[in-house]
Design a binder for this molecule. Structure first.
Ligand code: ATP
Ligand code: MG
Length: 353
């Protein structure tokens, strides 16, 4: 067994606003962005701080070299690359390893490095932890917290719809993640969609992917490109300026899709592809927004959806205010256990993965 020095604990601080940064790839294959260094050995801050992250100090103490991880199986494919279930050879802990091809321009690299900073600096129980990242020969590898029930997209394939009490529990957790990103980190996620909301057997729901897949998909094929744009707010489609409320539109679309069992702009009986890519974008921009049918859903749920899906971003509620919405409050003391729902799904979800 090779003996390696454990990597030092990193504490990354993310600037509240994106700051102008100069970045470059050095001759040694290290990508530098300000005080951040990224190469095949991992991600380092030049000005390392010693303070440990209390929540997951144990994991961060692990040696993280790609040779320390053995592949168990492929668990997902995105437009930018593959996600594998991997096991740490020495301690047996499971992780999700996301591998992204990076044959891309400088500006896109810059965005990805920005994401890595956000990911590794995240300290929120509702944001997927990125334990480590590597950059080698045009490939970025992210060692992520493994979420063993997959994404909301995977779960929807099994259950078709999610009932209001469970949806309230899912929403509350996603909103806590968004409150953290919007109000503490001051970042817009930009790619809230079912495949970026991950669930584990404990019933925990966490947000993943800050820009990497969106950025990667912009250089990928058309069909994955479409997938990313389904949940995009009208102001973003128009190319206007946008803010945190753009994530709230996307959240509303995801929640409505979970409730009615199909993408809100496409009637259930229609085949996928009923709208062309451009027709869909035009519909989102030009037509009145979708809403929850009041004869099928509670007034609280209908109100929640219309608090998110408003074409004028100023009419949408903030993540913080939505946490106090009657739909979320309604089920708070009802002891709804998402973990039990996940347990009941496990065999079918697992076989789908
Ligand atoms: P796109 O690349 O178009 O944004 P995507 O979000 O599905 O699509 P990825 O982010 O690469 O693409 O993820 C692919 C799939 O891998 C997800 O749908 C999910 O099922 C699985 N996955 C991703 N990250 C994890 C994780 N940390 N734990 C468990 N499964 C994961
Ligand atoms: Mg994703």
């Amino acid at each position: 067994m090779k003996s390696k020095k454990p990597l030092k604990q990193l504490k990354l601080s993310v600037p509240a606003q994106e700051t102008p940064i100069t970045n470059f790839l050095t001759a040694s294959g290290t990508f530098q962005d300000g005080d951040l260094l990224l190469n095949q050995k991992g991600l380092r801050l030049i000005s390392e701080e010693k303070e440990a992250r209390p929540s997951d100090a144990k994991e961060v103490d692990l040696q993280f070299s790609l040779e320390d991880l053995e592949t168990i199986k492929v668990i997902g494919k995105g437009s930018g690359g593959v996600v594998q279930l991997v096991r740490h050879k020495w301690v047996g802990k499971l992780f999700a390893l996301k591998v992204i091809q990076m044959n891309i321009q400088e500006t896109i690299r810059k965005q990805i490095v920005q994401e890595l900073k956000i990911n590794q600096g995240s300290q929120c129980p509702h944001v997927v932890v990125c334990y480590h990242s590597f950059y080698h020969n045009g490939v970025i590898s992210l060692v992520l917290e493994y979420m063993d029930c997959g994404s909301l997209a995977d779960i929807l394939k099994q259950v078709k719809i999610i009932l209001e009490p469970y949806l309230a529990v899912v929403c509350k957790q996603v909103l806590k993640g968004l409150v953290y990103l919007h109000h503490e980190r001051h970042v817009i996620h930009r790619d809230i969609k079912p495949s970026n909301l991950l669930v584990n057997h404990k019933g925990e729901v966490k947000i993943t992917d800050f820009g990497v897949s969106a950025v990667a998909s912009s250089m990928g094929q058309r069909d994955t490109f479409v997938g990313t744009y389904n949940y995009m707010s009208p102001e973003r489609i128009r190319g206007n300026t946008y803010d945190y409320s753009s994530d709230i539109w996307s959240l509303g679309m995801v929640v409505l899709e979970c409730a009615i069992g199909h993408f809100p702009y496409i009637p259930s009986e229609q085949e996928e592809g009923w709208l062309s890519f451009y027709e869909l974008l035009e519909t989102i921009v030009e037509q009145p927004p979708p809403s929850a049918p009041p004869d099928q859903f509670s007034p609280e749920f209908c109100s929640f959806i219309s608090s998110c899906i408003q074409k004028d971003p100023r009419d949408r509620m903030s993540s913080l205010d939505l946490l106090g919405h009657p739909f979320i409050k309604k089920f708070e003391d009802k002891d709804v256990d998402l973990g039990i729902l996940m347990d009941s799904l496990e065999p079918s979800v697992d076989s789908a993965r």
